[in-house]
Design a protein around this ligand. Structure first.
Ligand code: HEM
Length: 503
């Protein structure tokens, strides 16, 4: 190599190294506000070693405690600055004073695949007109009272199917998550596009669920492109290429479902399925939405809605089996309202059961299935929370697990006590910042109207139809409610129980 060229390379390498080594200081050097406390970052890798092992939400809470209980904590994720919010008061300040400025997403590089993040309601920034349109459509059409009423029969039928499935296994040990998961996935896919994707559907539909699960898993895989953004173009681990292939397969299945429906509706002169796809096709025919949007909306709603509801039911069942007194109280409430009158529970029944609602809320508080939500991102300078600066471009992580166990907000925060939700009114809309299982502000989960119908309905149906026993020799205290963070907050040891038909 010619000496001039060699010198050029050396100068370039030294400059890059200098830039990287000093960039941590520059990123946090804010014009206003103090730098939040946090563990000391190492050059280049920042605090990655501090996050090794354990469950992410537990590790973040432990680190915050180690830094004086920091409600706002600083971390460097490789070269990416991040702030972790861990208390009710910090969450209140973030959502009331800075919601708009914090409502973009820190988009993983792999979600750039097939332009996914430019079409998906989950990843688009709130400032994007398409995000506003999609959220408007989901709120006013997909989950409108009219459309929810139209799809109610499907939901109730799918819950009856789940109960029938369990009746077929009565007296035998079942994996509660597996059973509930199949039922919920079919419920969501049927409500969305009238296809069962578990057990019964066609080959391709079954493959669909597997593909979606694998894709969701890929979000949590560590990717150097996300930690060292200057390497993004190289896609060194191949995650973007992998997601491109996977997403392509998922979209082909969804496109097949949509196109078959379009062909059918043009030959039938109308849509007759009574599902959300009908609603979306109607919007498309009036020009309110484009054909390409349909695939993304169906995918987003399916991916965001299935696991979350199934896991919430499993957590509630685990706590009920661990607390027989609470199970008995709930059973008595359900029996008093529906027992004897009819065989199955319906949506009207569950809406009027305060203890059932309290059990669901307490399960969500103690074991939120999305304990760190999805990462937000600061899009403007000037954000200060608790007197600490949150610089533009910073990833913002809401540790809702820690927020919903904040001892300043809850008595005996680590215990399962549904009664606390009888004493005070709480809803799911994220206005009381100590209870935000669905988030808050602009990015509040749009699926609440469906989740608040389905989760209590399934739980009430399971308790109404069966006496639940623990596997041989196991006592209630032995039900293990340890958590494990995978793509969501799951039980470290899947819940096993025996459904016994009540005679
Ligand atoms: C128990 C059930 C559920 C829980 C606990 C839950 C929780 C959440 C949370 C915490 C977020 C992120 C909020 C944020 O980042 O600030 C979210 C977003 C979202 N959820 Fe849910 N969710 C549930 C059910 C559903 C259902 C049934 C659907 C639809 C069928 C759904 C669709 C979505 C979508 C599309 C987003 C992204 C919204 C956006 O980024 O603008 N969710 N959910």
């Amino acid at each position: 190599m010619a000496p001039e060229l060699l010198w050029l390379w050396v100068t370039l390498a030294v400059s890059i190294l200098y830039y990287l080594l000093t960039s941590q200081r520059r990123r946090w050097g804010s014009r206003s506000g103090r730098r939040p406390p946090g563990p000391r970052p190492l050059p280049l890798i920042g605090n990655l070693l501090d996050l090794r092992g354990g469950n992410l939400h537990h590790t973040l809470a432990r680190l915050a405690r180690a830094h004086g209980g920091a409600p706002v904590m600083r971390l460097d994720l490789g070269l990416v600055p991040a702030v972790v919010i861990s208390s009710r008061d910090a969450a209140r300040e973030a959502f009331t004073s800075h919601d708009r400025r914090l409502a973009a997403r820190a988009v993983p590089d792999s979600k750039q695949a097939l332009g996914f993040c430019d079409w998906s309601v989950i990843w688009l920034p709130c400032s994007d007109p398409l995000w506003k349109t999609l959220r408007g459509i989901v709120a006013s059409h997909v989950f409108s009272p009219r459309s929810l009423a139209a799809t109610r029969a499907v939901r109730e039928r799918k819950v009856r199917d789940l109960v029938a499935f369990l009746r077929g296994r009565a007296g035998r040990e079942v994996d509660v998550k597996e059973a509930v998961y199949g039922g919920v996935v079919n419920l969501v896919s049927s409500a969305l596009f009238s296809v069962d994707v578990v057990d019964v559907g066609g080959e391709s539909a079954q493959g669909f669920q597997q593909l979606v699960e694998e894709l969701i898993e890929s979000i949590t895989k560590p990717n150097v492109s996300d930690l060292f953004p200057f390497l993004r173009a190289l896609d060194l681990q191949g995650w973007r290429r992998w997601v491109t292939g996977h997403l392509g397969k998922i979209f082909r299945i969804l496109d097949g479902i949509i196109d078959r429906r379009l062909a059918l509706s043009s030959s039938n002169n109308g849509n007759v399925h009574g599902d959300f796809l009908d609603v979306l096709l109607e919007l498309m025919s009036t020009g309110k939405i484009a054909r390409e949007n349909l695939t993304f909306i169906l995918f987003d709603l399916f991916a965001a809605g299935s696991d979350t509801m199934a896991l919430t039911v499993e957590w509630a069942m685990a706590e009920l089996l661990r607390n027989p007194g609470i199970m008995a109280k709930l059973r008595a409430e359900i029996k008093a309202a529906v027992g004897g009158k009819k065989e199955s529970v319906d949506e009207d029944d569950v809406a009027g059961l305060p203890y059932l609602q309290a059990v669901v809320k307490e399960a969500m508080r103690l074991h939120p299935v999305a304990p760190v939500m999805l990462p937000h991102k600061a899009v403007e300078d000037g954000v200060e929370i608790g007197g600490y600066a949150v610089p533009r471009g910073c990833t913002v992580i809401f540790n809702t697990w820690a927020i919903m166990r904040d001892p300043a907000a809850w008595e005996r925060p680590d215990e399962f006590v549904p009664e606390r939700f009888l004493d005070r009114e709480f809803d799911f809309r994220g206005k009381q910042f100590e209870f935000i299982p669905f988030g808050s502000g602009r990015r509040l989960c749009p699926g609440i109207p469906m989740a608040e119908r389905v989760v209590p309905l399934i739980l009430a149906s399971l308790v109404h139809a069966f006496e639940w026993q623990l596997p041989d020799g196991m006592s209630a205290e032995q039900v293990d409610v340890s958590e494990k963070f995978t793509t969501a907050n799951v039980l470290a040891f899947p819940l096993k129980a025996v459904p016994v038909i009540i005679t």
